[in-house]
Design a binder for this molecule. Structure first.
Ligand SMILES: [Zn+2]
Ligand SMILES: [Zn+2]
Length: 285
């Protein structure tokens, strides 16, 4: 049976990025897969959407990552590509908490494989605030890890970007004073810059998504050894440990091979065989 490393070792993996995501992704992939990660020269990912909102993302996270990977493969003529895509917003279960969902995608045209790693983290400084003075700006900056983390300044009325990647106090103050003097209400908006090169906290979450990608790659098909034996379906209904009522927790997971017809249904390894009664609609309505 072939080991996953034999699928990738010695190959070039093109990374579709222009924001230094290779700092988080390349060391892990090179160490565990034996690939050489290369960033295509002059690759423009801003065409696929920006966090500052000046270019809209063409589609959902996974589709956008696929488009980036396909563009990098076209530009370089290689057969192995990595793309990553982040999304920020309220946590799906805890609406008052901001979270960062990072996805790292591997596309292998030689073996017809698509493998996805993901990380959902509440460790993010994603935030924005209307400010009325340089003192407001400095207080916000301090609360979001400036100057290690960059800032974006926008006009409050116009939403126009007045500066991004701001990482120096004198530049921040100068830009804020100019923005306030030009605003009828002496207001401007400061946002955290979420681009990977301006946001070490985000780079850490991208590295965690890359680690998950490696876990999925190294889960191999029991029948043919193909990497990326992946979850394709989940069924809820894990019974309550006290009364046996089905809960919304996952009861069964289906894994499927990408190259042979083999599939396997199993209980999730990360959950106990019965649900805690706190999840039960009968015991804890
Ligand atoms: Zn298989
Ligand atoms: Zn119950």
């Amino acid at each position: 049976m072939t080991e996953p490393i034999n699928f990738f070792a010695g190959r070039v993996a093109v990374l579709a990025t222009m924001h230094r995501k290779e700092d988080a992704i390349a060391p892990l992939l090179e160490a565990h897969l034996g690939v050489t990660v290369a960033v295509p020269a002059g690759f423009d990912t801003d065409a696929f959407g920006t966090f500052t909102g000046d270019v809209k993302r063409p589609s959902d996270q996974l589709t956008t990552a696929r488009l980036k990977a396909a563009a990098a493969l076209r530009q370089t003529g290689e057969s192995l590509a990595i793309a990553s895509e982040g999304s920020f917003g309220p946590h799906p279960q805890i609406p008052f908490v901001a979270c960062d969902r990072e996805l790292v995608l591997l596309i292998d045209r030689t073996h017809q494989l698509e493998i996805v790693g993901e990380c959902l983290s509440t460790d993010t400084n994603y935030r924005s605030q209307v400010i009325h003075s340089p003192e407001d700006a400095l207080a916000f900056a301090e609360s979001v890890g400036f100057p290690q983390h960059g800032l974006v300044l926008k006009g409050e009325e116009t939403d126009q970007i007045l500066g991004k990647g701001i990482t120096a106090v004198d530049k921040l103050v100068a830009l804020v004073e100019k923005a306030l003097s030009q605003s009828p209400h002496r207001a401007a908006r400061l946002e955290t810059d979420m681009r990977a090169l301006c946001n070490p906290t985000r780079l850490t979450v991208i590295a965690q998504a890359t680690e998950h990608l490696l876990q999925v790659i190294f889960k191999t098909c029991p029948a043919c050894g193909c990497p990326g034996f992946r979850q394709v379906q989940r069924w809820p209904g894990l019974p309550c440990g006290q009364c046996g009522t089905p809960t919304l927790l996952t009861r069964l997971v289906r894994y499927r091979c990408q190259q042979c017809p083999y599939q396997q249904d199993c209980q999730p390894v990360d959950l106990p065989p019965q649900a805690d009664p706190s999840y039960c609609p009968y015991c804890n309505p």
